[in-house]
Design a protein around this ligand. Structure first.
Ligand code: PEP
Ligand code: MG
Length: 751
């Protein structure tokens, strides 16, 4: 690092510190800052652009461009060179701006005479707040040192923005963390909750981004690094033989980063340029987060994640801000966290009204606990931690996986109405809980629930489900770090059957692969995992695991009836072979003198179109068939179920798909094979009604859907519904949905 740059940068930051300390309005401060930067860096122009909304940047202060353009010039993210810096989170440095890729001419600024352009993102913890730009008339290139120095200044500007130093009039100068914000994540547990944010780990606030004494800051960083390394070493040495390999690998990666010279050197250089130790850590953390977004390789992304975690620890060591900041828990607390372990969640207890996680997954332990307590949980609410502050009003919509932070009054009112309606509807559903799902035309549809965890079982009674139509056994495998033992599995399955009190539970054997990757299984490098080595294909090749699971199921039944279903059967032989394994295991148990199930049902999931066209003997051999509509639909339309963009194009009630389902019903009817549908669509009332109208008599769904589905079925004449569907089939329509909705609405209005 050139000493010249070091001293310029330190001087510059010294001036900024003075501006920060002044009692002046936000706009004035911004104006002073652009002037100081232009002067100290010897450039003709310095401008600061800040976001006025999520997509639009606004010129907020300038030295050198036309002052009239301030608060007038705006650009969308990605637009022009400034927009490009904001989008890529990378500097743009060019000697010939007008001819650079993406340049956009903005006549009102008078910038056409400045050919040299350097823009750097103003970012805090990976969140871009704006863009800092310097420009010069001469066609020079800014040196690497100058780029670096401007990044350091941008870091301080970001901290000042976060601390509210630039609050003024207009959208771009609004105070941060005051506006309503919407986050879209995923459902972890259904339900709605209104309350106030309680942060599991409150954000670190850096109040001193600029170093007074770089030597002292270097020493602080070194001391904090030593403590950090010490704690990582201790973690590794205390990890006994029982620690699993995965965990050890993560710890080793931690140690590698904690000893990484590159990381420490960059932070030391930042300090030499005038940043405080905390700001230097944050600056590198921002860069890590920006990289994290751009790295497609999941392994590398995980490693960057580790580095991010270490930076957090370092920041907490430096600021002394621990988890326990003494913030009082508000009334109706909604816990907001990056992720949380089950133990920590249990410590909070049932007083939480809702939970929002930036990460998390449906199969996580935290989700298990949240479900058991029926606390609404939204997972994958990206970036909520950079926005939410302790005490912020918040609405959690677990059904839609949506979170409203600091909602507008109108949103809160609508949300309260929704909660009230849900409460009313729940009362209505509770009234019909013990009644059958009998259509007005007389048919009775049996409604079952889907489950995957012990904690789901209480819903069997609450929802009025007749049984568990799909027990996804892979969740037990996903939530642990090693392969469960047979005895453990047998104990779990046994408890599931106990909790079902004699109601039928359909255990689906392990369905891994595709999106369900076991932490302890070597990831398969497959170009198309959904079409790859998954489910029964794994089971038939790794027979040991399949057989172990089948033994566990037989032992769990301990003389009671047992129902097993094999996933992803694509051809008759796969079913025959899997079924034979079960029969062999029963024989083996018999020879061992163990009690055998009183009755055995062996079914197949119909999840690929091919098996719908299997020989009649397949339908005869299967004791029952369950349509896995989630997979079946993705293969029918060749549209990835995980890819919203294509998934949304194809309606389940599309005429082609519905008539395909009807053919499956007919084939099953011909052989008297009981048929059920257990994909997500079974839980949507209109879909469930159409499936019933084309002849299905058994559906399995999320417990919360049983009430709404039953309620609609009990109001429906299925013969009439069938006539509406058939008419729509004949009409050339793409989907029967419009006709069905029109019919239901007309019917409900006239009743
Ligand atoms: C399905 O594919 O519809 C199904 C029930 O299985 P999963 O969603 O677990 O793949
Ligand atoms: Mg499936």
């Amino acid at each position: 690092m050139a000493r010249q740059t070091e001293s310029t940068s330190r001087k510059l930051l010294g001036h900024l510190r003075a501006v920060m300390a002044e009692e002046s309005a936000g706009q004035e401060r911004l104006d002073r800052i652009t002037k100081i930067i232009a002067e100290q860096m010897g450039t003709d122009v310095c401008s600061i652009y800040l976001f006025r909304d999520a997509d639009t940047l606004e010129l907020c202060a300038t030295e050198g461009l036309n002052p009239e353009a301030v608060h007038q010039t705006r650009m969308r993210i990605g637009e022009g060179l400034v927009g490009r810096v904001a989008r890529t989170k990378q500097p743009v440095n060019t000697a010939d701006a007008p001819n650079a890729r993406g340049f956009r001419f903005m006549p009102e600024t008078g910038e056409e005479i400045f050919s040299a352009f350097l823009g750097v993102p103003v970012q805090r913890l990976g969140e871009t707040l704006g863009v800092l730009v310097v420009q010069s008339k001469d066609g020079r290139s800014y040196s690497e040192d100058e780029v670096y120095a401007l990044e350091v200044v941008a870091m301080v500007v970001a901290e000042m923005t976060e601390l509210g130093a630039f609050v003024g009039e207009g959208a771009a100068l609004k105070a941060l963390h005051t506006q309503p914000a919407l986050f879209r994540g995923g459902t972890g547990q259904e339900g709605a909750a209104e309350g106030r944010v309680y942060l599991h780990e409150p954000r670190v606030v850096v109040t001193n981004p600029i170093a007074e004494d770089p030597h002292a800051e270097l020493k602080r960083l070194q001391e904090a690094m030593e403590t950090l390394r010490g704690s990582v070493d201790e973690m590794l040495s205390s990890a006994g033989a029982s620690t699993d390999k995965e965990q050890l690998k993560v710890m080793e990666a931690y140690r590698m980063f904690a000893n990484s010279r590159g990381w420490v050197r960059r932070m030391e250089e930042d300090i030499a340029l005038g940043l405080s130790a905390e700001a230097a850590v944050e600056k590198e953390q921002s860069a890590t987060r920006a990289r994290m977004e751009q790295v497609p390789d999941p392994y590398l992304r995980e490693r960057l994640h580790d580095l991010d975690d270490l930076s957090n620890r370092l920041l907490r060591l430096l600021t002394g801000q621990g988890k326990d900041t003494g913030a009082e828990m508000p009334d109706n607390p909604i816990l907001v966290a990056k992720n949380i372990g089950p133990g920590e969640l249990l410590d909070y207890g049932k007083r939480l009204k809702g939970i929002v996680l930036e990460e998390g997954s449906v199969g996580s332990h935290a989700a298990i606990v949240a479900r058991a307590w029926a606390i609404p949980l939204v997972i994958n609410a990206k970036r909520i931690l950079t926005e939410a502050l302790n005490g912020d009003p918040i609405l959690v919509d677990g059904d839609q996986g949506i979170v409203h932070l600091r909602p507008e009054d109108s949103v809160s009112t609508a949300f309260r109405d929704k909660i009230a309606m849900q409460t009313q509807a729940l009362t209505r559903y509770a009234e019909i809980r013990d009644k059958p799902a009998q259509a007005t035309s007389g048919e009775i549809i049996s409604l079952h629930m889907n489950a995957g965890l012990m904690a789901d079982l209480p819903s069997l009674d609450n929802s009025g489900a007749e049984g568990v139509g799909l027990f996804r056994t892979e969740l037990q495998f996903l939530v642990r770090s090693t392969v469960p033992r047979r005895s453990e599995l047998a104990a779990i399955y046994g408890r599931v059957m106990d909790a079902a009190h004699g109601k039928r539970v359909v255990f689906r054997t392990l369905d891994i692969g595709s999106d369900k990757v076991l932490p302890y299984m070597k990831p398969q490098d497959e170009p198309n995992p959904a079409l790859g080595w998954r489910a029964i294909r794994v089971g038939l090749e790794k027979k040991g695991v399949l057989r172990m699971q089948l033994q566990a199921l037989i032992r769990a039944a301990n003389g009671r009836p047992l129902t097993v279903m094999f996933p992803f059967i694509a051809q008759f032989d796969e079913f025959r072979e899997a079924r034979q394994h079960l029969l062999d295991e029963i024989e083996r148990e018999r020879k061992l003198g163990h009690p055998l199930p009183e009755k055995i049902e062996i079914g197949a999931m119909l999840e690929t179109p091919s098996i719908a066209f299997a020989p009649r003997q397949f339908f005869e051999m299967a004791d029952f068939i369950s349509i896995g509509g989630n997979d079946l639909k993705q293969f029918f339309f060749a549209a990835d179920r995980e890819n919203e963009r294509v998934r949304k194009r194809y309606d389940t009630l599309n005429v082609s798909f519905l008539s395909f389902l009807k053919q499956i019903v007919e084939r099953c009817d011909a052989t008297g094979t009981p048929l059920s549908f257990c994909g997500e669509d079974a839980g949507r009332p209109i879909e469930a009604m159409c499936f019933s109208a084309i002849g299905m008599r058994s559906l399995s769904m999320r417990p919360a859907s049983i009430g709404p589905v039953k309620s609609l079925l009990r109001r429906t004449d299925l013969a009439e519904a069938k006539a509406v569907i058939e008419e729509a089939f004949e009409s050339g329509a793409q989907s029967v949905r419009p006709a069905v909705i029109k019919w239901i609405t007309g019917r409900d209005q006239s009743s």
